[in-house]
Design a protein around this ligand. Structure first.
Ligand code: NDP
Length: 466
C-alpha cells in the first residue's frame, strides 16, 4: 500500500497535495477507537447530537465559499455547482433533525391492563430502536457532501459511530467534512476519516464493523457485497445508473429539451442520476433535437473556478478513455456525432459535450454507464417501444417521462424497475423521498424515514408486570 496519495487538480493536472494513507494497522486502530466510545455516544441525549449536527449545518453555510473552492480544486466541479451542493445540504439536515426524535422514540404497539387477564398481570409490547454500532461509510467523489451526508448525518443522529472513507478523488473534502463535524461537537472517535484508495476501503471491510454503507460503481459494489456477506451485517449499496428519459408526442418540447440537457450535462454528466439515454417520439423528434442542441451549444466549457463555467473537466482521467471508446463504438456502428466526441485542445481532463443520434442498443453508449458529458438520443415510434428500450439495461436508479398526460407517464413509469420515477423533471433528489436503486443500481435506501431507520435495528420488548 502506498504511503501517500497524490491529489491532482483535474483542470490543470497539477499536484495539489500528497496525503498520508491509512494502512491496515491504522484502519484497525481507528475501528478500535470507535468501538470503545460508540456505546457512550448511543447513550447520549438525542438533543445533544442534534445540537452538534445543527452547528455543522451553520458552519457549512458560513464556510460554503472556501469549502466549494476546495471541492472544485480536487474534482473539477464548476464552482457554482460546488456551492449549490454544499448549500443544499442544510435542507437535508433539517429533514433528519425534524424527524430524529420521532424515529428514535420507542413505539408502544400493544397494552393490556392487568384486569383484562386475571392472574396474568399487565402486558406491554414496545418496539425499541438500537443503533447498529460502528458503521463504515465508503463514499464516492462526485457529490461528496450529498452522498456522504445522506449516510453520516442520520447515522450519527441515530447513535452510531462512523468510519468514513472518502473517495481518493475527494480526499481533501473528506478531511474538511471531518474537521467541520469535530468543530461542531461530534467527538473525534465517533466520526473518523479513513484515508486512502480502494485498498484502504478493503481494509476497512476486514474490521468487525456493524454495517456498511457504500456509494459507488456496480463493479465495486459487488465486491463490497461479497466481502460483507459472511459478516451478516446491514449492507447498503447506492450504485450507478443508465437513467433513461422518454419525450412523449404531447410534451412541451422546449421544457423537455432544457430539462434533459441539464439532466445529462450537469456536473459534466457525473451524477448517478444523470440522464444517460433519451428516447424521443418521432412526432416531436426534429423539434426536440433542435431545442436540445441549442441548449447544449450554449453551455460554457472552461475553468471550473470561473462562475460562468457550466462544464469543467471530468474528475478522473481514466474516464476520458471510457468516453472516447463509447463514441468510437457508436460511430463505428452507424451513429451520427452531432457535437463533441473528443478532448478540446487545452490542458486538463476535459471532454467536449457530446451528442450522438441514430443510436441503438447494440452500442455501449446506450447500455453502459457513461458517467461523463456524452448522451445518445434515439427516435421511437410509440410508448411501447420507448418502454421496452427504457427497461433494456440491468440498472434501475431513475427514469423520466416528459409529456402533458400524467396518467400516461405514470402508466409508463409504473412498468419500469426504477427507484425514482420523474414526470416532467429529472436528476432530482428530495430528502423526504427514499433514494434507492433496483437491479444493478443497488440495495437499500437513503433519505426519507426509511433512510433513518436503516441505521437502527428494532428490538421487541415484551413487558409484563404482576
Ligand atoms: P468506485 O466504485 O470506483 O468507488 C467508490 C468508493 O469505493 C471509493 O471510495 C473507492 O475508493 C472505494 N473502493 C474502490 N475499490 C474498493 C474495494 N475493493 N473495497 C472497498 N472500497 C473500494 O466509484 P466512484 O467513486 O468512481 O463513483 C462513481 C460511481 O458511483 C458511479 O457508478 C455512480 O453512478 C455511482 N454513484 C451512485 C450514487 C447513488 O446514489 N446511487 C451516487 C453517486 C455515485 P477510491 O476512490 O479511493 O478508489
Amino acid at each position: 500500500m502506498a504511503d501517500v496519495l497524490s491529489v491532482i487538480n483535474p483542470a490543470t493536472e497539477a499536484l495539489i497535495q500528497e496525503v498520508p494513507v491509512d494502512d491496515g494497522a491504522a484502519v484497525a486502530q481507528k475501528f478500535k477507537q470507535a468501538k470503545q466510545v460508540q456505546p457512550g455516544w448511543a447513550a447520549s441525549s438525542p438533543a445533544d447530537r442534534i445540537k452538534s449536527v445543527l452547528r455543522f449545518r451553520e458552519l457549512l453555510i458560513e464556510r460554503a465559499d472556501s469549502l466549494a473552492a476546495l471541492l472544485t480544486s480536487e474534482t473539477g466541479k464548476p464552482i457554482t455547482q460546488a456551492r449549490s451542493e454544499i448549500l443544499a445540504v442544510p435542507a437535508r439536515i433539517d429533514f433528519f433533525v425534524e424527524n430524529a426524535a420521532q424515529v428514535l422514540a420507542p413505539d408502544r404497539v400493544y397494552y393490556e391492563p392487568a384486569s383484562a387477564l386475571p392472574g396474568m398481570g399487565m402486558l406491554e409490547e414496545v418496539i425499541g430502536y438500537d443503533p447498529l454500532g460502528v458503521v463504515a461509510n465508503i463514499s464516492a467523489w462526485n457529490y461528496p457532501y450529498f452522498v456522504g451526508g445522506n449516510v453520516f448525518i442520520p447515522a450519527l443522529l441515530m447513535g452510531n459511530a462512523v468510519l468514513y472513507k472518502p473517495s481518493e478523488f475527494a480526499t481533501l473534502t473528506g478531511g474538511a467534512i471531518a474537521s467541520l463535524l469535530h468543530e461542531s461537537g461530534i467527538p473525534k472517535d465517533i466520526f473518523i476519516p479513513v484515508i486512502g484508495s480502494g485498498l484502504t476501503g478493503a481494509a476497512l471491510l476486514e474490521q468487525p464493523i456493524d454495517g456498511i454503507f457504500f456509494t459507488g460503481s456496480y463493479a465495486t459494489g459487488q465486491k463490497i457485497a461479497v466481502a460483507a456477506a459472511p459478516k451478516l451485517i446491514r449492507t447498503q449499496l447506492e450504485l450507478g445508473g443508465k437513467d433513461p428519459a422518454y419525450v412523449c408526442p404531447d410534451a412541451d418540447v422546449a421544457v423537455a429539451a432544457a430539462g434533459l440537457a441539464d439532466g445529462a450535462f450537469y456536473n459534466n454528466g457525473q451524477s448517478c442520476c444523470a440522464i444517460e439515454r433519451i428516447y424521443v417520439h418521432t412526432d416531436v423528434y426534429d423539434e426536440f433535437l433542435a431545442a436540445f442542441m441549442e441548449t447544449v451549444r450554449g453551455f460554457t466549457l472552461g475553468d471550473p473556478t470561473d462562475a460562468a463555467t457550466y462544464l469543467g473537466p471530468v474528475s478522473r482521467k481514466p474516464q476520458l478513455d471510457v468516453l472516447a471508446n463509447q463514441v468510437a463504438d457508436a460511430v463505428a456502428k452507424g451513429a451520427t456525432l452531432l457535437c463533441g466526441g473528443e478532448r478540446p485542445d487545452r490542458p486538463g481532463w476535459y471532454f467536449a459535450p457530446t451528442v450522438l443520434t441514430e443510436v441503438n442498443h447494440t452500442m455501449t453508449v446506450m447500455q453502459e454507464e457513461s458517467f461523463g458529458p456524452v448522451i445518445g438520443i434515439q427516435r421511437v415510434a410509440s410508448d411501447e417501444e420507448a418502454t421496452k428500450l427504457m427497461q433494456d439495461t440491468p440498472y434501475g436508479l431513475t427514469a423520466a417521462v416528459y409529456g402533458t398526460d400524467r396518467d400516461r407517464a405514470v402508466a409508463i413509469l409504473g412498468q419500469l424497475k426504477t427507484g425514482s420515477a420523474y414526470w416532467n423533471c429529472c436528476d432530482r433528489v428530495s430528502p423526504r423521498l427514499p433514494w434507492s436503486g433496483r437491479g444493478h443500481s443497488g440495495l437499500g435506501a437513503t433519505l426519507s424515514l426509511a433512510g433513518m431507520y436503516t441505521f437502527l435495528q428494532p428490538r421487541a420488548w415484551h413487558l409484563r408486570r404482576f
